[in-house]
Design a protein around this ligand. Structure first.
Ligand code: OSB
Ligand code: MG
Length: 376
């Protein structure tokens, strides 16, 4: 049985070590919502809501997520008896459309609590099979190719298994060419457009086929599977969908339509672990590789991503960079690190998410806090 009696939500802002620019805007700091869930037994777990400050990645923001949690989602869950965390997603979905990141924060927190209660590391609770995950890095758009080359060379030296370059019209082919020439042919390179192109750019995007990229992530509209299928037919480079995959059905649609050949699974975007695991399973049966994307998470959200990425069909390196890539100081101990072979270790030393939250630090950074309880 699983009964959540209290959810504490806090808003924390973490300054990024350097600005991160994608086609739809620049992130200088990471405002985030952190949840602390308390179960009837007294067991607790932290989770993170990956909604951004502005609606430039998905429609959700930290404001809408807070509202959805207060008005609809927390009341739905609090005080309710679940047989286990696998039941939570369906209860949150019933007659509440969208708000996937808000739902995911609560749903994943329930998986975290269940792991604590069962005395298991989160990876074991969900059937993880990998103990180390190859790490990738996502490099933001730079003002000139040489700056991107410097960062890419540093990433190669650091041992990352995959280098992802953010692109947008005007900062694409020549940047990618410069990086490919600098790093050589043996490095796994990919690009991510965050929906910056249209089908009218197809001839231009075909030029990327020359650089042996492992994939082109989300070139077209976030809700556009049909044109992605048309574009995929013109490219030899595999399309990977990120923003477009918001549910299990959308993953099936991608496979049916041929809109892409790889999926970036971000648990927040699809509403949590249940949907993530279902998408993983469908893709495994269909021969579609998946990998775990990132949303500039703190060490709390990263713990869930690492556990998820331990499932067997996460066969490509994840955007699971070490804490020190993003923050002067992360919110967890130990911080997330990468070993000498560019791997992040799946923690199995303790039950739950595998890292301790620095509660004093979180409290000192909290700008607002709200407690939701069953009786409230
Ligand atoms: O598209 O994957 C993306 C960050 C913010 C919003 C969207 C994306 C990203 C990243 C960051 O690529 C990956 C990371 O967390 O390291
Ligand atoms: Mg992406």
């Amino acid at each position: 049985m699983l009964t959540i009696e209290r959810i504490t939500v806090r808003e924390v802002h973490l300054p990024l070590l350097e600005p991160f620019r994608i086609s739809s805007g620049v992130f200088r700091e990471r405002p985030m919502l952190l949840l602390e869930l308390t179960e009837r037994s007294g067991a607790t777990a932290w989770s993170e809501c990956v909604a951004m400050e502005r609606p430039n990645y998905t429609a959700e923001t930290i404001e809408t997520a807070w509202l959805a949690m207060r008005k609809w989602l927390a009341p739905r869950v609090l005080g309710r008896e679940f047989a286990g965390p696998h039941e939570v997603a369906a209860v949150l979905a019933e007659n509440i459309r969208g708000h996937n990141m808000a739902k995911a924060a609560i749903e994943m927190g329930c998986w975290g609590v269940a792991a604590v209660m069962q005395g298991l590391p989160l990876t074991d609770l969900i059937g993880g099979t990998q103990s180390r995950i190859p790490t990738g890095v996502s490099l933001g758009i730079q003002s000139e190719p040489s700056k991107l080359v410097d960062r890419a060379l540093a990433a190669v030296a650091a041992g990352y298994h995959k280098i992802k370059l953010k692109i947008q019209p005007g900062q694409d082919v020549e940047y990618v060419r410069a990086v490919r020439e600098a790093v050589g042919s043996g490095i796994e390179l990919m690009v991510d457009a965050n929906s910056a192109y249209t089908l009218a750019d197809a001839n231009h995007l075909v030029e990327l086929d020359a650089f042996n990229l492992i994939m082109l992530e989300q070139p077209l509209g976030d809700d556009d599977l049909v044109r992605h299928a048309q574009l995929q037919r013109r490219l030899t480079t595999r399309i990977c969908l990120d923003e477009s995959i918001t549910s299990v059905d959308r993953a099936e649609d991608m496979i049916t339509l041929g809109s892409g050949r790889i999926i970036n699974i971000k648990p927040g975007r699809v509403g949590g672990f249940s949907a993530s695991i279902a998408i993983h399973d469908i893709c495994q049966r269909a021969g579609i590789p998946v990998w775990c994307g990132g949303m500039l998470e703190s060490g709390i959200g990263r713990a869930y991503n690492v556990a998820l990425a331990s499932l067997p069909n996460f066969t490509l390196p994840g955007d699971l960079s070490p804490s020190a890539r993003y923050w002067a100081r992360d919110l967890v101990t130990p911080e997330w690190t990468m070993d000498g072979e560019g791997m992040v270790h799946v923690p199995r030393e303790r039950p739950g998410i595998g890292v301790e939250v620095d509660v004093e630090l979180v409290e000192s950074l909290s700008r607002r806090t709200e407690v939701f309880t069953a009786s409230a």
